[in-house]
Structures are given as C-alpha cells and as structure tokens.
Write a protein that binds this ligand. Sequence first.
Ligand code: HEM
Length: 482
Amino acid sequence: MELFQASGLTCLLIPTAFFVTFVLLLLRASGRRGRRLPPGNLGLPVIGETLQLIAAYKTENPEPFIDDRVRRFGAVFATHVFGEPTVFSADPETNRFILQNEGKLFECSYPRSLCNLLGKHSLLLMKGSLHKRMHSLTMSFGNSSIIRDHLLVDIDRLIRLNLESWSDRVLLMEEAKKITFELTLKQLMSFDPCDWTESLRKEYVLVIEGFFSVPLPIFSTTYRRAIKARTKVAEALSLVVRQRRKQCEAGARKKDMLGALLDGGGGSGFSDEQIVDFLVALLVAGYETTSTIMTLAVKFLTETPRALAQLKEEHDKIRAGKYPCEGLDWNDYKSMPFTQCVINETLRVANIIGGVFRRAMTDVNVKGYTIPKGWKVFASFRAVHLDQDHFKEARTFNPWRWQSNSGSTTPGNIFTPFGGGPRLCPGYELARVEISVFLHHLVTRFSWEPAEEDKLVFFPTTRTQKRYPIYVRRHDASGQCI
Ligand code: HEM
C-alpha cells in the first residue's frame, strides 16, 4: 500500500517538476531576451575560446587575445574562457566601475586550486566586513609613516647586505626574489635572514610554482609538490605564531604585522590558522610582483642608456651628500623624482598583474549592456596601459612621459598597476620604496651588462620564470671600478 502511495506520488511529482522547470527556463529565457549582452563570441561549447586565449599568451605580443576582440567588438566584450562566460573590459571607465563596486555588484573570484595554496583565510579571498577590517590593518602596516619611521632602515640594510654578497655573474631575477622575500619576512615577523628563512624560502618557491601549474594533483607533480610545500610552510609559520603568542602573553610584544595580528587587529582575536593563512598570502602578494618589477626596471634601463644615465645622476647626487655606508632616509626617498618615473613606466609596460577577475553578484548594467549575475568579468589593466589612445607610443619604454613638465597628464583611472577600490594593493607604497632603494644601491655601486644567453623577453606575460643573468662590476664611492 505504502509502495503504491509512494509511486503514485512520484507519478504526480515528476510531471509537476518538469512543468515547473519548463516554466522557469521560459521565464529565464524571456528575461535574457530583454537584456543586451556585450557583443562577442562565446566560442565552442564548454571550451569556449580558452584555447585561443592560451595560444595568444604564448606569443611575445602582450595582448593579442584582447586586441583582436577589441577591434571586432569594442572595449567591452563577452567571451567564454576556462569553463565560464566572461566579460572582458579594456575600458578604463568600466574597469574603475568594477573595482569601485567590489562587494556591492562584483566580488573577487579565484579558482579553488588557488584557494588551496593560499589558505581560506587569505586577504585575497576574504569578503565583507572581515575583508574591510583586514585590508585596513594591512594598509596601516605598509603606510608612508610606518615605512619612514620603521621599515626604511631595514629595507636599506637588507638590500645593501644582499648586493654586497653578489659575485661577478648574477641571476638578477633570483636575487630580486631573495631580497623581496627577506624584506617581507622582516616586515611581517621581524626575522633577519638566516638558515631558517632560507629553507622557508625554498619551500615557498615550490608553493609559488604551484600557482603557474595545471591545478590537478593527479596530473601535475608541480601542483602536488606545491600543496606539500604549502603544508610545510604553514607548519613552520604555525610554530612561530605559537611561540610569539606565548611571548605576547608574557608581555613581550614586537611592533610588526604578526604583533598586530596577535593583538587581534582592532577586533576579536584571530586563530593561529587565520594568522598563518594571512601571512602566507602577504608573502605571495609582495614576492613575485615587486621582484619582477625590480628586474624589468633594470632590463629597460639597460636598453635605454639615456634613462640609466639620468637615473644614475639622480642617485649619485643623493650619495654625494652622505657618508659611504650611510643609509637612505625618507628625505632621500622623496628626492628621487626620476626614479618614480622609471618605476611608473616599468609598471605600465611590464604590467606584472595584467588585470583582475571578479564575479557579478547580480545583473549589472555597463555601457548599455547587461553582465548577467554569476558571469565572470576581467578588468584588464594591461590593455588600458598599452592602448595608444591613452599613452602615446604605448609600447615604448619612455620614463620621461611621467615627468610633470612632459605636458601629458594621466587620469587616475587610466593608470592602475595597483588596482583600486576596496581591494587597492595595500603594499603599493612599500613596493615603490623597495624598488627605489634597490635601484639606488644598484646604480651607485655597480655597472652591468646582460649575459647574452638568457635575454628576458620584453613582455613577461608567460616568461616570468626567466632569471635575467647579468655580469656586474663593482664601483667605489668615487665611481671607480674595484
Ligand atoms: C610592484 C609590486 C606590486 C604590484 C604591481 C601589486 C599589484 C596589486 C594589485 C593589482 C592588487 C589588486 C588585486 C585585486 O584587485 O584583486 C593587489 C592586491 C594586493 N597586494 Fe599588491 N602589488 C604589489 C606589491 C605588493 C606588496 C609589496 C605587498 C605587501 C607586502 C602587496 C600586498 C597585496 C595584498 C595583500 C593584496 C590583496 C588586497 C585585497 O584583496 O584586499 N602587494 N596588488
């Protein structure tokens, strides 16, 4: 009897479910018909235009995928990549709109594989009020006055220490990565370089490799190795957090990022796991980015001797007013206007972060089109930075374009190497200071030439693994070779 009742019920439920689904699909379709999607091509079923995107990034041209579609469809277009319909924007106004509406109309969206490597409590993955609180905590740890009063001394000392250890042939990208890692560890946890920091860095390099691998443990040994390394890094950091927590409870506090996190960051306290994830993400965020810009600045300067000469003149002048081993202070940093032009131009041309992915939280109207709820959007900074309409001879390295007397002005939404809105890079000032100090010691102490066999390509979209070897010659305080 029960069986009969159940199957009778099923007979009734199945057609009802079909009917309801049909009506819902009809309603959804009619809703869609009323909306105007951005123009574009969604490509083949499932794979969409993913293969074209991957093929484009294997060329040395920076943006062939976007350039081609902007020509055909305009600066905002729809495509389908990595299994999802995605709207690309090469339009500064739309990019600004996307960045400013973080948490309201759009939210950050990273693949699960990346979350496994970053840890679920990473700032990059946080949302809502917790993100707001942690973002402002991170901002306060890297702001100008903290850099001026506390961090600059260590930045200067650690960079000098690293450069002093250089031999005649240097793998510049490797050295720059070592420097940025050591600087970040010092700022986060007050560690000076030692065997422990170096072995942590070795594990850490494996984690970073995981970001650039196929994120499938079954197929990719790199990804498997990265996950293992991530566990080791987390264990090592957990130990530090536990020790520091004990010291903190005994009244011994340090004024670094870990100290602020152990204090609770202005709210209720954080667990060890939260703190570790947070630290890992900060190490990721500042490592590859800053070191690549350091290396590429050197590459561009090497290829633009007039810019190198002008930069050297600026730094020699600063050095002339100081004792040979005297460190740089905030006033010195503030008297490097041409250095800032070089950094801006490197950030513009090299675009280490080509753009950011977000997901539409609701149907969003942009430029007369609708981005449907759930679709991905990609705000491309690189496409704007390399657009001839915004930068004359956009693909030429020309630091003079940033000089205040150059006659060109760049509105804030055109040049966005550090993003914007609620997720504006909290390390933007720190990165500038680190690169400036690095360039200061490099140009005042060394001359160099690139080793022929490993030339770094102009646009590092797929080639950031290159190491850029250079031959260096050391100079004394009077500029003589030693
Ligand atoms: C040249 C160097 C750097 C560049 C070009 C850069 C660029 C960026 C960009 C574009 C974003 C925005 C991502 C988004 O909107 O989703 C970002 C976020 C971030 N950056 Fe940087 N960054 C650099 C250096 C640093 C440094 C030195 C640190 C800190 C040690 C840092 C920490 C972060 C963090 C924690 C975030 C996430 C912010 C959030 O989601 O709220 N960055 N960075």
